[in-house]
Design a protein around this ligand. Structure first.
Ligand SMILES: CCCCCCCC/C=C\CCCCCCCC(=O)SCCNC(=O)CCNC(=O)[C@H](O)C(C)(C)COP(=O)(O)OP(=O)(O)OC[C@H]1O[C@@H](n2cnc3c(N)ncnc32)[C@H](O)[C@@H]1OP(=O)(O)O
Length: 225
């Protein structure tokens, strides 16, 4: 599981309650549901890549489309109304299944496991496939920024502290080839509600993007803790 457990402890009675939803469900049940749904997202990721790369004939494309449409209808037979949001339980387990970067049920999100080391370095690794292309064979600059934003946000957001991205600065040192990447982020310094974060995105040969960010604890999220 990723290191996004943090803010659940805020709960009712703080400003968090307005955007984070507490659910009366055990961690074991959340884990069980995740184990059922995450493989579906994996298969849909494969579908996205196959859609880009397929060279089958046109009739086959039309037939597959009809089958996919039928699957969409089956999944929509019972569904929530709107985005998945961020939820947490009484045990402090939080889950954000629709998150664009780490949502376990979101096939748009690259599979990314975010880890916080004991020394507060936050890092993540993933393999960016053909779905994330910008320049030919290279990672789209916005995708690099997306991954960096999230991992930097985790670094800035300690337990019981939520931060929002205020300003992000990216220096694209050289193009990032599609394939394995590693993101690292750490808090550089703090000034009041501003948390300054430094981060890198690297391919196996070294750093390709350097990032600086200002993450803000919103005035509405300030607690006495
Ligand atoms: C979303 C997270 C929830 C998930 C949590 C799940 C649990 C897991 C835990 C952890 C993982 C988290 C991983 C998340 C990663 C992704 C994060 C995102 O993508 S966030 C979406 C994009 N960002 C926005 O949409 C912000 C939109 N802007 C705002 O909401 C406000 O403008 C905000 C909060 C940034 C500031 O509003 P004010 O009212 O609190 O701030 P004022 O009082 O005006 O300023 C305070 C200080 O900050 C400076 N400041 C304000 N805005 C700034 C900015 N944009 N850039 C730099 N500095 C700024 C000001 O100059 C001031 O500084 P002086 O104290 O005077 O020195």
């Amino acid at each position: 599981m990723s290191a996004t457990g943090g803010v659940a402890g805020g709960g009712a009675g703080t400003g968090y309650a307005s955007i984070f939803v507490q659910e009366d469900v055990s961690t074991a049940e959340v884990d069980r549901l995740e184990a059922v749904h995450a493989p579906l997202a994996d298969s849909v990721r494969d579908l996205v890549a196959a859609t880009i790369q397929t060279c089958v004939d046109e009739d086959e494309v039309r037939e597959v489309r009809a089958e996919v449409d039928a699957l969409v209808a089956r999944l929509r037979a019972r569904r929530i109304d709107g985005p998945a949001g961020v939820r947490y339980n009484a045990e402090g387990r939080s889950w954000s299944w629709g998150n664009a970067v780490v949502g376990e049920r979101n096939a748009v999100a690259p599979p990314l496991d975010v880890v916080r080391d004991p020394d507060d370095l936050v890092h993540a690794e993933t393999v960016l496939g053909v779905q994330y292309e910008g320049p030919p064979g290279m990672v789209h600059g916005g995708v690099g920024a997306l991954l960096l934003d999230h991992v930097m946000g985790v670094a800035a957001s300690a337990r019981k502290r939520v931060t929002f991205t205020g300003t992000l600065t990216m220096r694209y040192v050289r193009a990032t080839p599609l394939g394995p990447v590693r993101i690292e982020a750490r808090v550089d310094r703090e000034e009041g509600r501003k948390v300054f974060v430094v981060a890198t995105l690297a391919d196996p040969d070294g750093v390709t993007v350097e990032a600086h960010g200002v993450f803000i604890v919103p005035s509405w999220a300030v607690t006495d803790a």
